[in-house]
Ligand binder design. Structure first.
Ligand code: NAP
Length: 447
């Protein structure tokens, strides 16, 4: 097992990596089919990822001609890690079983354990016979759009085709020492970043990029005001940076003074602390309070003198009514999630009378992920890395996210033996500056 990991850790050349045998098993984080009902009847908050995420050796499957095998140096926790671990809104084994029916290669995925993880930074150690453009020894990051390239629809926008999220709707995800990914998930690793910094970007950065930069989302233009919920969280912290890069003005919403401080350091001048303002958008489980939406709208106007052209929406039920209300006449609410509940409610009069648009968005296609990765390579966007856990403590890290006790992104060390490794362009790193690369880590330590 450790032979190939040691070869990568030791910086072996491609010929040596190719000559080093692959193990039949790999250490990985997984949920188990026979435990998918273990939290039935338990309140969402009390479902504990530490009880459902297992770390152990599992078989490494055969890889397909269009796939590569990577040694994963680091991975990250995403909110889909939380969803998988608490089996909400459904058990992910249903996704694996569906994929299992598609083809010979699909059948590999329908197992009784699900190796999860939708981010990775690592080194290619095998390439399938149909792989072009990538070679053994390449340092890569991995985006999670797992696309059926035989679906005609995929060739317009792959997010409209038969696509899945790798490590959530497929097996063999990134929270492992070895993983298997399609060649069209690969992107170059940013050379100035450590493994753990490089591993936390692809999923959240690409999602925010499609929502706020791509023509498929609600692209920001100079002067736009953009309200960003959860602005120091995973997707929010990338959203803030994309708005700034596009010449817009982010108004970040967070729930603590420490998070507000993080945002200011990131360059976000206008921050609303929702805990301090104590908005009560819902009077009770069934009734919203328009006066509270209005209070948020007034707070935004007091800060930036106008209503937001775009609202970056993802909390869902708790905020959607307010988001639709506060968006400017003709503005757009772009949404990719519903963390607090997907049956949302808003007053439709505010939507149609003021000609607003609600735009749905989901991850990104390869071109968008590539462009988002380029923003990291060019150091136009910095990784919001706040904490690093070893693979064995993936459950603890996921618990932190489930309870909103984190900022930015949490990385997981997989094959990397310690933090701080993997930088191959120290000059660019020095130019960017350690203080900019560690904004979220400093704050994590202080809170
Ligand atoms: P995250 O790091 O946990 O950030 C979410 C943020 O939401 C938190 O930082 C929190 O900020 C805020 N929040 C939580 N409850 C809230 C409430 N009741 N009202 C207002 N804000 C609230 O998670 P993430 O990685 O950013 O992901 C956010 C959501 O997007 C998740 O549901 C995830 O599954 C989804 N997502 C979807 C896609 C996609 O492709 N469709 C991709 C990535 C993520 P404060 O407490 O500081 O306000």
């Amino acid at each position: 097992m450790s032979e190939i990991l040691d070869a990568v850790r030791g910086g072996s050349d491609p010929a040596t990596l190719a000559a080093t045998a692959l193990p039949t098993m790999t250490r990985a984080v997984f949920v188990r089919r026979d435990e998918q009902e273990k939290f039935d009847g338990v309140a969402t908050r009390d479902k504990d990822p530490r009880a459902s995420l297992h770390v152990d050796e599992v078989p490494l499957p055969e890889f397909a001609p269009d796939e590569v095998v990577i040694v994963v140096m680091a991975s990250s926790i995403n909110f889909n890690t939380v969803w998988t671990s608490i089996f909400e809104p459904m058990s992910t084994f249903a996704f694996l079983d569906r994929l299992g029916k598609e083809s010979y290669w699909g059948a590999r995925h329908a197992l009784d354990h699900h190796v999860i993880g939708s981010d990775a930074a690592g080194v290619i150690v095998r390439v399938g016979s149909a792989v072009r453009n990538w070679s053994i020894g390449d340092a890569v990051t991995v985006h999670c759009n797992y696309v059926d390239d035989q679906d005609p629809t995929s060739h317009d926008d792959s997010m409209l085709g038969n696509q899945r999220i790798w490590g959530f709707e497929t097996n063999f995800g990134g929270l492992a020492d070895l993983s298997i990914v399609k060649a069209n998930q690969l992107m170059p690793k940013p050379a100035h970043l450590t493994w753990e910094e490089a591993a936390v970007n692809a999923l959240c950065n690409s999602t925010a990029y499609r929502m706020l930069v791509s023509h498929h989302g609600a692209p920001v233009t100079q002067g736009d005001k953009v309200l960003i919920w959860g602005a120091s969280g995973g997707i929010g912290s990338f959203a803030v940076q994309h708005v700034l890069n596009s010449g817009g003005t982010p108004i970040g919403v967070v729930s603590s003074a420490a998070k507000a401080e993080t945002l200011r350091e990131l360059g976000c001048r206008y921050v609303i602390n929702r805990a301090e303002r104590d908005y009560r958008f819902w009077k009770d489980e069934h009734t919203q309070d328009e006066s509270e939406w209005r209070r948020l709208g007034k707070d935004i106007r007091a800060l930036v003198g106008d209503d937001p052209d775009i609202v970056f929406e993802h909390p869902g039920r708790s905020t959607m009514g307010a988001s639709v209300f506060v968006a400017k006449r003709g503005g757009t609410i772009v949404t990719c999630a519903a963390t607090t509940g997907y049956l949302v409610e808003y007053d439709n009069r505010h939507l149609w009378m003021k000609l607003k648009t609600i735009k749905g968005s989901h991850f990104s296609n390869y071109r968008e992920a590539w462009a988002a990765n380029q923003t990291i390579i060019d150091a136009k966007v910095v990784p919001p890395l706040s904490a690093v856990f070893p693979l064995e403590q993936t459950g603890e890290a996921t618990y932190e996210m489930h309870h909103n006790r984190h900022e930015g992104k949490i990385a997981i060390l997989c094959a990397a033996t310690r933090e701080g490794l993997g930088v191959t362009d120290p000059a660019l790193r020095a130019e960017v500056g350690e203080s900019k690369l560690t904004i979220f880590r400093r704050h994590d330590r202080e809170t």
